[in-house]
Ligand binder design. Structure first.
Ligand code: MSP
Length: 537
C-alpha cells in the first residue's frame, strides 16, 4: 500500500518546506515576499520545535516568459536569468530569509534530474507524441481552458491568449485522475484551505473532459531556452514540468542521504494562481515515478493594491526593500503575516500597515516590554524578582500562557499564521490587563501591597519570556532582543518548544535591561491614534 499511510503528528522529526520558485522576469514584490516570509516563519517555528528542517526556495528560469524579457532587455535568456535570480537571492538575504538552498532550474543537478525523470516516464509509455491545437497564454506558460478566461482574456494576465497548433509530447495525466480524486477525498487536508481542495476536484473534472493530457514539450524551432528532452533533441521540456521537479532536485532525488526522510514530510506553499500545476499536474507526475504526494499543498490568496492583484505584468508592485527602509523589515513582515487570513485575498495600504504597527507592535507588545522592564528596573533593582503567592490574577496569566503555547502549535501546523499571532496577542493582552489590575506602580508605594510587586513583576517577566519564544519565528530579531533584555541572550539557541515555553522557566535574579522602545510609534497625519496604555511611569 504505497500511498496509504496516515498523516499524523510528526513522528519522524523531519520537515521539508518549499516556496514556489520565482520567475526571473522581474524583481521581488510583496506577493513573492509574502510566500517567502511565511515559509521562513513556519520553518523557523519547526526548527524551534527541534525538527530537522530543509527550507527550499529558488528561481524558475526557463520558458517563453524569460525569453520575452531577455529580448526586450537585449540580452541572452541566460543573462536575464542570472540577473533576476541574483536579485531575488540578494533580497532574501537582505531580509534575513533562512533558506537551506536557493535552487536555480539552470543548476546542473536539476537538469540531470529532469532528464532522468522524463526518460523514465517516457520509457514507461506515459508520454505520447501528437498534434495539438489550443489557446496559449505566455504569462501563465500554459494552454488555457474556458475556466481560465474571461471575455476572451486570461483572467490572471488580462491579455488574449494566442491560438497555437503544434506537434508535441504529451504526458498522460488522465491515467492517474481517478487515483488522485480518491486520494484527495481520503486526505481532505492534502490541499488546504478546503475551498482549494474543491477547486482542484472541479479542475480534475474539467481536465478529464479535455482528455487529461499535459503538453510537456516545446519545439526548439520556437523556443530553445529550456532543458532538452533526452529522447528527442528537437524539443525542450515545458517549463512547468521542469519547474515542479525542483522540489525533488532540491533534496537530492533520487538517492541523496535524506531524500526519503524529507520527501515523506514535504509541504508546499503556493499562491492560488498556481493551484492547477500543484494540485493536478504535480501529484500525477509523482505518481508516474512512484512517489507519494506531498503532505500538504497550502494555498494562499493575493495581495492586492486598490483591489487589483499586485503583479509584474500589471506594474503595481510593492518593493520589500523600500518597505524595510521606511518601516523596518520586521514591522513589514509582521504586517504581512498578521493581515492576510491564509487562503483569502488581502488589500495592502501603507495606512493599514502603520495602523497595525502602532496598534500591535508599539502599543501592545512594545508597551508590555517597556512597562515590565522599566518597573523591574525601578522596583526590583533590574533583577527578575522571586515570586510570592500565586493568586487568581496570576493563575489567569499562567493559563493564558499555556493556551497560547498550545494554540500556536496547532495553528502553525495547520498553516494559520495569522491565527497563531492572535493567540500570542491574547497572552500579551492578558498580561497587560493583569498589570492594570495589580498596578505595581501604585502598590510599590502602599505598605499593605508592597509585597505583591515582586510577584507581579515576576509574572510579567515570565509571560514576556514566553511571548518572545512564541514570537521568535515571526519576529526573529525583536524576539531575540526581548530575551536579551530579560538576561536570556542565548535562550533561542537552546529552546525546544513546547517544553521551553512552560511556565516557570525564567531564573530568579536574571539581570534585565530597559533599552529603547522596541517598536517606536509611527506618527502620520492619517494614522489612527490608539491610546497609549503606558500608565506605568
Ligand atoms: N515560477 C512559477 C512557480 C513555479 S513553482 C514550481 C511562478 N512564479 S511567479 O514568480 O510568477 O510567482 C511565484 C509566487 O508568487 C506564486 O505563488 C504566486 O501566487 C505568488 N504571487 C505573485 N503575485 C502575488 C500577489 N500579488 N499576492 C500573493 N502572491 C502572489 O508562478
Amino acid at each position: 500500500m504505497p500511498f496509504g499511510w496516515q498523516w499524523g503528528a510528526d513522528m519522524s522529526g523531519y520537515f521539508y518546506l518549499t516556496t514556489p520558485i520565482y520567475y526571473v522576469n522581474a524583481e521581488a514584490h510583496i506577493g513573492h515576499t509574502y510566500t517567502t516570509v511565511l515559509c521562513d516563519t513556519i520553518v523557523r517555528y519547526r526548527r524551534l520545535c527541534g525538527d530537522t528542517c530543509f527550507f527550499l526556495t529558488g528561481s524558475d528560469e526557463h520558458g517563453e516568459k524569460v525569453l520575452e524579457v531577455a529580448r526586450r532587455r537585449g540580452e541572452s535568456p541566460a543573462q536575464t536569468a542570472e540577473y533576476f535570480s541574483n536579485s531575488f537571492l540578494r533580497v532574501w538575504e537582505e531580509i534575513g530569509i533562512s533558506h537551506d538552498r536557493f535552487i536555480r532550474t539552470t543548476d546542473a543537478d536539476h537538469k540531470q534530474v529532469v532528464q532522468q525523470i522524463l526518460q523514465r516516464v517516457y520509457d514507461e509509455g506515459e508520454i505520447r507524441f501528437k498534434e495539438y491545437e489550443g489557446l496559449y497564454c505566455v504569462g501563465c506558460e500554459r494552454f488555457l481552458t474556458d475556466r481560465d478566461m474571461l471575455d476572451g482574456l486570461c483572467r490572471d494576465h488580462e491579455r488574449a491568449p494566442e491560438p497555437r497548433t503544434e506537434a508535441n509530447y504529451f504526458f498522460d495525466m488522465g491515467a492517474h485522475f481517478s487515483w488522485l480524486r480518491d486520494y484527495i477525498e481520503q486526505n481532505p487536508d492534502f490541499i488546504r484551505p478546503e475551498r482549494y481542495k474543491n477547486e482542484v476536484l472541479a479542475m480534475l473534472d474539467e481536465e478529464t473532459g479535455l482528455g487529461g493530457e499535459l503538453c510537456i514539450s516545446r519545439p526548439k524551432s520556437r523556443l530553445d531556452w529550456g532543458i532538452e528532452l533526452p529522447f528527442d533533441t528537437d524539443y525542450v521540456c515545458y517549463v512547468w514540468f521542469d519547474a515542479l521537479i525542483n522540489y525533488l532536485t532540491g533534496i537530492g532525488y533520487p538517492d541523496g542521504p535524506h531524500f526519503q526522510d524529507y520527501w515523506s514530510n514535504c509541504e508546499h506553499v503556493v499562491g492560488k494562481d498556481i493551484l492547477k500545476p500543484h494540485g493536478v499536474f504535480w501529484p500525477t507526475m509523482l505518481r508516474a515515478i512512484g512517489l507519494e504526494p506531498p503532505r500538504h499543498v497550502s494555498v494562499h490568496g493575493y495581495w492586492n493594491v486598490d483591489d487589483r492583484k499586485v503583479s509584474k505584468s500589471l506594474g503595481n508592485m510593492i518593493d520589500p526593500l523600500i518597505m524595510r527602509e521606511k518601516y523596518g523589515f520586521e514591522a513589514f513582515r509582521y504586517f504581512l503575516l498578521r493581515d492576510m487570513v491564509f487562503g483569502q485575498d488581502s488589500n495592502f495600504s501603507e495606512d493599514a500597515l502603520v495602523r497595525r504597527i502602532n496598534a500591535d507592535l508599539a502599543n501592545n507588545i512594545g508597551n508590555l516590554v517597556s512597562r515590565t522592564l522599566n518597573m523591574t528596573g525601578r522596583f526590583a533593582g533590574g533583577l527578575v524578582p522571586e515570586p510570592g503567592a500565586i493568586e487568581i490574577p496570576e493563575r489567569e496569566v499562567i493559563d493564558a500562557a499555556a493556551t497560547a503555547v498550545a494554540e500556536v502549535d496547532l495553528r502553525m501546523r495547520g498553516m494559520r499564521p495569522q491565527r497563531a499571532l492572535e493567540s500570542i496577542l491574547a497572552l500579551v493582552d492578558a498580561t497587560n490587563r493583569y498589570l492594570e489590575l495589580r498596578e505595581p506602580w501604585k502598590a510599590a508605594k502602599d505598605p499593605e501591597l508592597a509585597d505583591t510587586v515582586s510577584t507581579t513583576l515576576h509574572t510579567c517577566c515570565e509571560s514576556l519570556r514566553i511571548v518572545a519564544l512564541l514570537l521568535a519565528a515571526f519576529l526573529p530579531v525583536a524576539a531575540a532582543e526581548i530575551l536579551d533584555r530579560l538576561g536570556l541572550g542565548d535562550a533561542l539557541e537552546t529552546a525546544v518548544l513546547p517544553a521551553s515555553a512552560e511556565w516557570g522557566g525564567i531564573p530568579v535574579g536574571s539581570p534585565t535591561r530597559k533599552g529603547k522602545p522596541l517598536f517606536p510609534r509611527i506618527e502620520t497625519a492619517g494614522a489612527e491614534d490608539a491610546e497609549s496604555k503606558d500608565g506605568a511611569d
